[in-house]
Design a protein around this ligand. Structure first.
Ligand SMILES: Cc1ncc(COP(=O)(O)O)c(C=O)c1O
Length: 360
């Protein structure tokens, strides 16, 4: 036993190609069993050698360093929360996802998010999808073990699952879907008081001709490219146009404008039909505002009285500048401020309660 272990450590520890040779397969199972022990040793010995900063970058919120994450049916510590290299999400971004927010012990719009998750999975022809109850159980369990009942964001991902060998075809996916529930402490991510600055990206939002934005999939490269443009321009996010040059949304949120008291937002043809977008439209109409869904040009946004973005992660965010043009008075406008209040009240009072006492 001692000799076998020594051989394994020697093998793992040899970095120079000169020492690499075929792994003795009779030790494979032992190697696998030793992995947790090896990781522990590595963590303890290497932190002394390699700079702490390199190993552990500063997190936006330090208390997210020790969280438990649901991956493929298990709750595991953050550092062990991994998917297989055979998983479709690694091989082709072949997954669907939802962002959820937790307010005051409740999950806001849980059923709407689950509907969209299952619709996306169906559109992508996933098979062996977990049931709605199984997904809910995973979400509740993750929130309860982490003691997360407020000010929390959940990134829920459902991949097509592991493949039996690398390749594109879903016929290689014989293990069933992989469900990931990543819950983090996270206040709204934008400055919702003083607002944000946007630029227009040259990267276009997907057309339904290519990839329908009604599927909430993980193939986010075009949005990421737009975000890169935003970052390079020093903006908070980037507006994406559709193939005909009309505004679709930002790289991460839906977008609204106000002109002479009327609220406008693009049709959800090239943008995600956002759940916050729907909620804001309903809230505004209930309060007597006219909301028009139509194609909108970027010029109309430049000359709007107010602009804001919507999304689960950031809620309702005033936009004070687009491509160097001031929007309104360059401060949060009166209608967006009112809507923020209505939204906060709804989120505080509505939602599916987390069954703290009877889930596990
Ligand atoms: C591209 C994009 N637009 C808009 C949204 C906002 O959608 P929701 O309000 O459902 O969170 C998201 C959120 O995932 C998104 O990724």
């Amino acid at each position: 036993m001692k000799t076998s272990l020594t051989k394994i450590w020697m093998y793992i520890g040899s970095f120079s190609l000169r020492h690499i040779k075929a792994f003795p397969m009779e030790l494979y199972d032992l190697l696998q069993e030793c992995q947790p022990f090896y990781r522990m040793l590595k963590r303890h010995s290497l932190t002394a050698i390699v700079s702490k900063l390199e190993l552990d970058p500063v997190l936006p919120l330090e208390k997210n360093r020790k969280i438990l994450v649901w991956v493929g049916g298990q709750l595991v510590p953050r550092e062990d929360a991994k998917v297989s290299v055979f998983d479709s999400i690694v091989q082709g971004g072949d997954g669907v996802w939802e962002g959820l927010r937790i307010y005051n012990g409740k999950i806001f719009k849980l059923d709407e998010h689950l509907d969209r998750l299952f619709d996306s999975a169906k559109a992508m022809a996933f098979v062996n999808i977990p049931t709605r109850d199984e997904v809910k159980h995973a979400i509740f369990s993750t929130l309860i073990v982490n003691g997360m009942l407020d000010c929390v964001h959940v990134r829920m991902t459902l991949t097509r699952g592991k493949k039996v060998t690398s390749g594109m075809s879903p016929s290689l996916n014989l293990y069933g879907c992989t469900l990931i529930i990543l819950a983090e402490w996270k206040p709204p991510v934008y400055n919702n008081s003083s607002g944000i600055r946007l630029v227009t990206a040259s990267t276009r939002r997907n057309s339904p001709n290519c990839l329908d934005s009604k599927i909430h999939h993980n193939n986010l490269i075009n949005n990421i490219l737009a975000k890169v443009e935003g970052n390079l321009a020093g903006a908070d996010d980037a507006i994406m146009l559709d193939v005909d040059g009309f505004v679709s949304e930002t790289n991460a949120t839906n977008i609204f404008l106000v002109k002479k008291g009327v609220i406008f937002t693009p049709h959800p043809d090239f943008c995600l039909p956002g759940i916050t977008r729907r909620t804001v439209i309903d809230l505004a109409r209930e309060r007597g505002y006219t909301v028009v869904e139509r194609r909108i040009s970027i010029t109309e946004f430049y000359t709007a009285d107010e602009v804001w973005t919507t999304g689960t992660m950031g809620e309702i965010t005033p936009v004070v500048e687009i491509d160097g043009r001031s929007i309104g008075e360059s401060v949060a406008g009166p209608i967006s401020t009112k809507l923020q209040g209505y939204y906060a009240e709804l989120a505080e009072n509505e939602g599916v309660s987390i069954p703290v006492n009877d889930c596990l």
